[in-house]
Design a protein around this ligand. Structure first.
Ligand code: FAD
Ligand code: MLT
Ligand code: ZN
Length: 468
């Protein structure tokens, strides 16, 4: 249980209160527990306090105080993160951006939306729609995750295949560095060849370089009306061939996969079964619903059926049915949450996917005979989610230790196939031991050097991504 009764804690809090009397500060044990963890639920929250600033000036002042006092800060968005990036388990000051959630402006010529970083992704999507445009990054945590968190993790989601990751949509951002300097990076320019683009260093930095306080988001044309198709597949080997068949005929907005295990959990969580029978693998794909695309999709489907690559399929006939089909894929994370899954979030180049899948399937079959393993993910982007479910009777530390042993082996497979240990969730605490399979020692040394420039006292989310 977090406590704030240590004399050192009290001195620091008194100092913060006297420096910033207008800052809203939470120290109630229930608040410390709530704001000190993310979706991983693996660490016991123990922050010093939770600060809820409401302006860039307040963020700047509190970072200056923390820099001088040597107090560690954990930037906090919606805490939907899946890698422990927003965990505060060591007396850090959590800086939650939840009160900084406004749309600050829309520019119809630039087609940009300027927002405070604490705004929820869904609110950004709605604001874009209100202006007849689209902010296309999308995933199931949309209602609770924040734009600041999305930028700090370079979040991906279900339409990366068509629109790319968060990185593509950040025309500018304002960062308060670890010394309390305010940097406006990118400033909404489309073209800018005036030296290093520091904005891109901040994207995916997981709160280790500073606090993102505002962002200029690029918007685009609204999506065309679309169809969703659910396919049932007889084998894992068929997956990439079905992808090739559909992608060669259509501009796909999404191509996602999951297994029968995933489907069973989502059905147990209240979703409706799509077919009379269960099949081992499923794909959800989305494409424009114009007549030409529909004809191409049907042709691709028939081609897959004839080649034995697909065993059944359904095409959405309404928006409500599309939503029902999407629920089968988007409901997976929530349906697994009660099983405290250990999550791998890995990627390889799409061309390397068939060979990587074969090696990974063999590895996991050998190493996890005792656990239920649930596979799903953004297979069209080369991103696989592997969730290992904790048996109810097994103590969490022993379960995690076994999964970490296997993750080391998986990291070797990734290294062989030129992949990444984190495709979209970030490294945080969960994947820190495996960073070296994705980044060379020289790269990690350079990253440490960059952090030392922007955060010389090492107060910004210390211990996340890599150790000091
Ligand atoms: P938090 O969890 O609060 O923080 C994440 C990291 O960002 C931490 O390191 C934190 O310190 C840092 N941070 C937060 N705000 C700031 C800021 N203002 N300035 C600097 N650093 C900051 N992710 C995907 O990429 N694709 C998916 O499809 C996807 N689906 C999900 C579905 C569900 C149901 C859930 C629960 C999660 C999913 N996620 C997915 C993971 C998660 O939602 C994303 O990582 C998201 O970007 C985190 O945003 P957040 O605001 O919750 O960040
Ligand atoms: C997803 O693709 O559903 C998310 O990344 C969440 C998860 O991996 O659980
Ligand atoms: Zn994902």
């Amino acid at each position: 249980m977090p406590s704030s009764s240590h004399p050192m804690t009290d001195t620091r809090l008194a100092s913060l209160r006297s420096t910033l009397p207008a800052l809203r500060l939470l120290t109630d044990p229930a608040d410390l527990e709530h704001y000190g963890c993310d979706w991983t639920r693996r660490w016991t929250p123990a922050p010093l306090a939770v600060a809820l600033p409401d302006s860039v000036e307040q963020v700047q002042a509190l970072v200056r105080w923390a820099h001088a006092a040597g107090v560690a800060i954990v930037p906090s968005g919606g805490r939907t993160g899946l890698s422990g990036g927003a965990v505060a388990a060591n007396g850090e000051l959590v800086v939650s951006l939840e009160r900084m959630h406004k749309v600050l402006g829309f520019d119809p010529v630039d087609r940009t939306l300027t927002v405070q970083a604490g705004i929820a992704l869904q609110r950004v999507q709605e604001a874009a729609r209100e202006h007849g445009l689209q902010y296309p990054v999308d995933f199931a945590a949309r209602g609770s995750c924040s734009i600041g968190g999305n930028i700090a993790t370079n979040a991906g989601g279900i339409r990366v295949l068509r629109y790319g990751n968060t990185r593509e949509w950040i025309a500018g951002l304002t960062l308060v560095t670890g010394t309390g300097e305010v940097l406006e990076l990118g400033r909404g320019l489309v073209k800018n060849s005036s030296g290093y683009d520091l904005r891109h260093l901040v994207i995916a930095s997981e709160g280790t370089l500073g606090i993102i306080v505002e962002a200029i988001l690029r918007l685009t044309e609204p999506p065309p009306p679309s169809h969703v198709m659910l396919l049932a597949l007889p084998s894992f080997q068929a997956l990439m061939q079905v992808f090739a068949a559909f992608r060669s005929r259509l501009q796909l907005q999404a191509f996602e996969f999951f297994t029968d295990h995933a489907l069973r959990h989502v059905l147990a969580h209240g979703a409706q079964a799509p077919f009379a029978e269960m099949h081992p693998y499923y794909v959800v794909t989305e494409f424009s619903s114009d007549a030409a695309s529909e004809a191409e999709a049907m042709a691709a489907f028939e081609q897959c059926m004839e080649a034995g690559l697909a065993s059944d399929g359904v095409l959405s006939a309404s928006d409500a049915q599309s939503a029902q089909l999407w629920r089968l894929r988007e409901g997976i994370t929530e349906s697994l949450a009660r099983h405290v899954p250990y999550k791998n979030d890995v990627s390889v180049r799409i061309s390397a996917m068939p060979a990587f899948l074969e090696d990974t399937q063999a590895l996991l079959a050998q190493e996890y005979p005792q656990f239920e393993v649930v596979w799903f993910g953004h297979i069209g982007d080369g991103n696989l989610h592997i969730n290992i479910l904790k048996p109810e009777s097994m103590p969490a530390p022993a379960f995690v230790a076994d999964c970490e042993r296997v993750t080391k082996l998986l990291a070797e497979v990734l290294l062989r196939h030129g992949g990444s240990i984190s495709a979209e969730h970030g490294i945080g605490l969960v994947k820190k031991p495996y960073l070296g399979c994705t980044r060379s020692a020289e790269e990690i040394a350079l990253m440490r050097g960059i952090k030392a420039v922007l955060d010389p006292n090492g107060i910004m989310n210390p211990g996340k991504l890599f150790d000091p």
